[in-house]
Design a protein around this ligand. Structure first.
Ligand SMILES: Cc1ncc(C[n+]2csc(CCOP(=O)(O)OP(=O)(O)O)c2C)c(N)n1
Ligand SMILES: [Mg+2]
Length: 325
């Protein structure tokens, strides 16, 4: 990797962290409505994964989607405006926190119903198979989603039809408030892929370089073999499931332990120890991100709300261009 690429990974992870911290504050001030699920702690997962996709590869995820939107190249201004329900947001203010999307950037959302986007991923990949290309669909979901019927249907069809899907389970140890072992008969989630003959592996999601390596190997395998692949990425959310979670289901000591192993901290140490970057360069990037997040908030707060007529837009797909109008 070139030095700039190393720095860009750091920039993206810090951007997600600070943007999410800012979003939490705006939520507490009543400026963000609905639910808000933060990605703090999980930054290395989508940053590592998406950094090795080709732009033609599709990305689809659940409601913990703000970071994924950033990694797909949606500007922080548009992510923040979407959170505030403004017309300048990436979903024109009609998606909100859980339904960010930008099909032109190959980001297919942002889905609130647990597990419901997995069959959509199989559908996207089936479309690519018909079109005769070797695009990969990256489908991210939580550990809890693997207990839902959709998960099993989608995995089964992906193997029956040998679709190019990279199934990515972000195992952050909990559903809303239930530990994996209390909800799933199989706590090593990747084993579930065995039931559908889908090759699989498990990787440390606090190590962005390990995520990158596992993901690039998976992409290569999927393209060459024309098969789905399953990656279980071990991670942790530092904040509650969504805002207002009293977190009675876990000890603060456990959270502290994971934070000691923080992905951004580990990566920064690696950059310094291997003399890839200096402390001064990292400080400059931190300051840059801070300024960009402040600008995103200003932009979002000053942007207009969607017009009432916008309710009647984006309902049907444009047959000619294949985009939602
Ligand atoms: C079908 C369905 N059932 C229940 C819910 C309520 N719900 C929202 S998030 C969630 C937990 C999902 O956990 P996981 O898949 O591990 O994702 P994480 O929040 O940890 O990222 C539940 C049960 C829902 N949104 N959809
Ligand atoms: Mg989870």
């Amino acid at each position: 990797m070139e030095k700039q690429e190393y720095l860009d990974l750091y920039y993206q992870m810090v951007m997600i962290r600070l943007l999410e911290e800012q979003a939490a504050q705006l939520y507490q001030q009543g400026k963000i409505g609905g639910f808000l699920h933060l990605y703090i702690g999980q930054e290395a997962v989508s940053t590592g994964l998406i950094s090795v996709r080709e732009p033609r590869d599709r990305v689809i995820t659940a409601y913990r989607d703000h970071g994924v939107a950033i990694n797909c190249g949606i500007p922080a201004t548009e992510v923040m405006a979407e959170l505030l329900g403004k017309a300048t947001g990436c979903s024109q203010g009609k998606g909100g926190s859980m339904h960010m999307a930008d099909v032109k950037k190959n980001f297919w959302g942002g889905h609130a119903i647990v597990g419901a986007h997995l069959p959509i991923a199989s559908g996207l990949a089936l479309g690519d198979k018909y079109a005769g290309n070797d695009n990969v669909t990256i489908c991210m979901f939580g550990d809890g989603a693997t207990n839902i019927g959709y998960f099993h249907e989608a995995l089964n069809l992906s193997k029956v039809w040998n679709l190019r899907v990279l199934w990515v389970c972000e195992n952050n140890q909990y559903g809303m408030g239930t530990a994996v072992e209390r909800a799933s008969a199989v706590s090593e989630i990747r084993q579930k892929a065995e039931g559908y003959c889908i090759p699989n592996s498990r990787v440390d999601g606090m190590d962005i370089l390990a995520v990158r390596q596992a993901a690039s190997q998976a992409f290569e395998f999927i393209r060459k073999e024309s098969t789905p692949y399953f990656l279980e990425i071990m991670t942790y959310r530092y904040r509650g499931h969504s805002m207002g979670d009293p977190e009675r289901y876990r000890a603060s000591e456990e959270v502290r332990k994971w934070q000691e192993n923080d992905a951004i901290g580990i990566y920064a140490r690696h950059l310094l120890d291997d003399k890839i970057a200096s402390q001064e360069e990292l400080d400059q990037l931190d300051a840059l991100v801070e300024a960009e997040v402040a600008e995103a908030v200003r932009f979002a707060e000053e942007s207009p709300e969607p017009a009432p007529e916008a309710l009647y837009e984006h309902i049907y797909v444009d047959q000619q261009f294949g985009i939602i109008t």
